[in-house]
Write a protein that binds this ligand. Structure first.
Ligand code: ZN
Length: 312
């Protein structure tokens, strides 16, 4: 068995899985705990999980930058107390299990590459579009980490000069325009500006704040204004994807994260808009697929990562 751990901004998940990616048990918790308390909970729950069946290794996907070489968490922009935390070492000391960690976008990419929508390819790029936009690049079956270990930040390619402020400190990044948060903000602003055109979106929101899901649901019902807004967002997102395709020529792009739950209403215009920005040589090969595991990509990737830990 393998122990897989997914640590996000406001949740953590644990899974017990076979080395070939079959999840036997899965636990998920919402939490606002700071790092120390969360580590205690993760260790306690892990102990209970592995008491039933011995595990060979543990893989962790963390929602923030990780120094892969030193196996330290760098920090978290969402949760206090993670600065320079050697989490794998702590887990090894408490559970006696070889442990390995990487940031969750890389781990999610590995999960989809090994067991999911990217299976049977050599090169994939994985995007997770939710609160932010994370990405992982797999080249020749391995995560591409670059010279300093922090490669793959395709959510922060600049799309719009002097565009909206991004969490990274720059302006006009793909994330600042097309994350779930940004889509909600854009749809809300559009409806405020054109309340009559946006009437269907307002109706779907039903007195709740407009979210990305509100917009996609309205577009799916055929509303022309919602469709036009989705097209605009797909133009920006497609520009970001085209930069990656022109640079890396992946066999497939896999889109995960909450926004990917929109399905066809997102993917169809996204394929069309991405193709528009590609060099002609890349156009016939473009493949964009939704993630297979949705919210479980990171856990499945943690299984694949843990297998690497055993092999090394
Ligand atoms: Zn940015």
């Amino acid at each position: 068995m393998i122990l897989a751990i997914d640590i996000g901004g406001s949740q953590f998940g644990l899974a017990l899985a076979t080395p070939n990616g079959r999840v036997i048990k899965h636990i998920q918790h919402q939490t606002n705990d700071h790092a120390d308390k969360r580590i205690d909970r993760i260790l306690a729950e892990s102990k209970t999980l592995i008491s039933q069946s011995p595990v060979l290794a543990c893989g962790i996907g963390f929602g923030g930058p990780v120094n892969f070489d030193t196996q330290h968490i760098v920090n978290s922009t969402h949760v206090a107390g993670w600065d320079d935390c050697p989490l794998p070492k702590i887990v090894e000391q408490h559970l006696g299990v070889p442990t390995i960690i990487d940031n969750d976008a890389n781990v999610g990419a590995l999960g989809e590459f090994t067991f999911g929508a990217g299976k049977n390819n050599r090169h994939i790029i994985y995007y997770t579009v939710s609160t932010g936009i994370g990405a992982g690049i797999v080249i020749n079956g391995e995560i591409y980490r670059g010279g300093n270990g922090y490669a793959g930040e395709l959510g922060h390619v600049p799309i719009l000069r002097d565009g909206p402020q991004c969490d990274c400190g720059n302006r006009g990044c793909l994330e600042a325009l097309c994350s779930g948060t940004a889509i909600a903000r854009r749809a809300t602003a559009a409806v405020q500006k054109h309340p009559r055109k946006g009437i269907a979106i307002t109706r779907v929101a039903n007195n709740n704040p407009i979210t990305a899901k509100t917009l996609f649901d309205t577009a799916r019902s055929g509303d022309p204004y919602a469709r036009a807004l989705v097209d605009e967002i797909c133009t920006d997102l497609g520009q970001g994807l085209a930069i990656a395709v022109n640079a890396f020529a992946p066999d497939i792009i896999v889109i995960g994260g909450g926004v990917s739950n929109a399905g066809r209403v997102l993917l169809q215009p996204l394929r069309r808009e991405t193709r528009r920005f590609l060099m002609p040589v890349h156009r016939p090969h473009l493949k964009i697929a939704p993630a297979k595991f949705k919210s479980r990509s990171v856990l499945l990737g943690a299984v694949a990562l843990a297998k690497q830990r055993i092999q090394h």
